[in-house]
Design a protein around this ligand. Structure first.
Ligand code: PFF
Length: 448
């Protein structure tokens, strides 16, 4: 077993915030959020999403970080320390979290692989390798497999470097680049013809869309976006020093994640209307917005092609931005099983990162080779069923299993006055009653 002293730690508070925000900010923000907004009545969805982050996701984020820091380990180890009188539950639920993390990573790497391909395409075109450029953007098994493996190798390489030298260092480098690229892209897009129509769709609420489905979508999106359920935040919490104020850092991470999601909408939705202005179709025959996958991989590239000489540069910047967002998330997902192999089996970080990373890469390849049957299925199993189910388990652990005084003691370490504030008066009840009931409701509506 790894001792506490030999476990990695984030070297600074800002390093942790960048890593956790890096985990949270991913394809869910730059791709999922904007398209859900566009499909669900613009700002009506944004308002519901904000409510869900505040009511459901933020309390769960604090819960997961707290379990991780208290338990000083991956989901199995941490649960065992909290749930002392039950031998089996920690293993069963911890293993479920590892499985969910592995499944999420297996499809996430495929999508991220496409993004790598689309980032490389303008470069291939620029050097006259037209055959390669076409291969990169056309859907094919060899392209999917090679690009997925390429992205998997990047993820494994960062994770194998460790907590401070790999995850923290790369998140702290990549996240500011992401913010700057984002800001530059937004300014550029908003200056293009047609952008204001998109801005109107994004920011003017259409409350006629407000229904059960919108609420469910907003909850699911908030849950996925804050990387909840599968143990990423728990493991990151376990690398946090004890003098850190958990609710405060959770607030900062949630604010960054939500701001980036909002900024992504400011970029993508006006970009769609710029594309429309340039003659690219963004609505299908039924007048509905083209679906999210096609949006990123067809609408936006067509828009870049209409932009003259600056188009290829903008395209590379855009897709590099997406790859960065995906990489800082994928490392947080691979870290879950890797931390478990280290804590539970005493494996070295190098060995566990490569072994588990490659095993998950093999799973990705299997999905690529059986794409029609497996891709959607794996996404559904991991995000629609397993993630919320695990969320319920963590809420029950914090709200019902864990002794209130011990919970308070853990939170007091970084915030001695917490017992007197409003947070401690509300949060334990929230996690005990509201969160499990709300998640069950989401699952019920989304499955039925
Ligand atoms: N939060 C990431 C996103 O929005 O793309 C996805 C994610 C990362 C989900 C880590 C789950 C996880 F454990």
């Amino acid at each position: 077993m790894t001792t506490e002293a030999s476990r990695g730690h984030f070297s600074s508070r800002i390093g942790f915030i960048m890593a956790a925000a890096g985990s949270a900010v991913g394809l869910g923000n730059v791709w999922g959020f904007p398209t859900k907004v566009a499909e669900n009545g613009g700002a009506a969805f944004i308002l519901m999403y904000l409510a869900m982050v505040f009511v459901l996701a933020f309390p769960m984020l604090v819960a997961e970080l707290t379990i991780g820091r208290y338990g000083q380990g991956n989901p199995v180890t941490s649960l065992r320390r909290v749930w002392r009188n039950n031998r089996f539950a920690p293993i069963v639920f911890g293993a479920l979290a590892l499985l969910a993390a592995s499944l999420i990573l297996s499809f996430y790497s495929i999508v991220a692989g496409w993004l790598v391909a689309f980032a490389a395409e303008p470069l291939a075109t620029a050097v006259g390798a037209d055959g390669l450029a076409a291969w990169l953007t056309e859907f094919s098994q060899p392209r999917n497999v090679i690009m997925t493996l390429l992205f998997s190798l990047m993820t494994i390489w960062v994770v194998s470097k460790g907590v401070a030298d790999g995850i923290e260092k790369w998140s702290t480098r990549l996240m500011p680049i992401l913010f700057v690229l984002f800001a530059g892209m937004i300014i550029y897009i908003l200056m293009q013809e047609g952008a204001m129509d998109g801005l109107r769709v994004y920011l003017v609420p259409d409350f006629s869309h407000l229904n059960g489905r919108l609420i469910v979508d907003a909850m699911g999106q908030a849950f996925f976006s804050l990387s909840l359920g599968v143990g990423s935040m728990m493991v990151y919490g376990s690398y946090l020093k004890k003098d850190i104020n958990l609710p405060k850092v959770a607030t900062q991470v949630a604010i960054i994640d939500t701001s980036v999601a909002f900024a992504a909408g400011l970029l993508i939705i006006p970009a769609m209307f710029v594309a429309k202005h340039n003659g690219v179709e963004i609505f299908n025959a039924a007048g509905e917005l083209i679906s999210s996958g096609d949006l990123v991989f067809q609408v936006l590239p067509s828009m870049f092609h209409t932009m003259g000489s600056s188009g290829p540069v903008i395209a590379v910047v855009f897709f590099v931005l997406m790859v960065i967002a995906a990489l800082t998330s994928s490392i947080s997902i691979l870290e879950v099983p890797v931390a478990c192999a280290q804590d539970e089996l005493g494996m070295s970080r190098q060995a566990s990162s490569w072994l588990i990373g490659l095993l998950i890469a093999v799973a990705s390849v299997v999905i690529c080779l059986n794409f029609g049957a497996l891709f959607g299925l794996v996404i559904d199993i991991s995000t629609v069923y397993m993630q919320p189910l695990l969320g319920i388990i963590w809420a029950v652990v914090v709200g019902w299993v864990w002794h209130r005084n011990e919970l308070l003691k853990e939170l007091q370490q970084g915030n001695p006055e917490i017992a007197d504030g409003w947070f401690w008066k509300i949060w334990p009840w929230y996690v005990r009653f509201i969160c499990p009931v709300a998640i069950v409701a989401v699952m019920f509506v989304s499955i039925s």
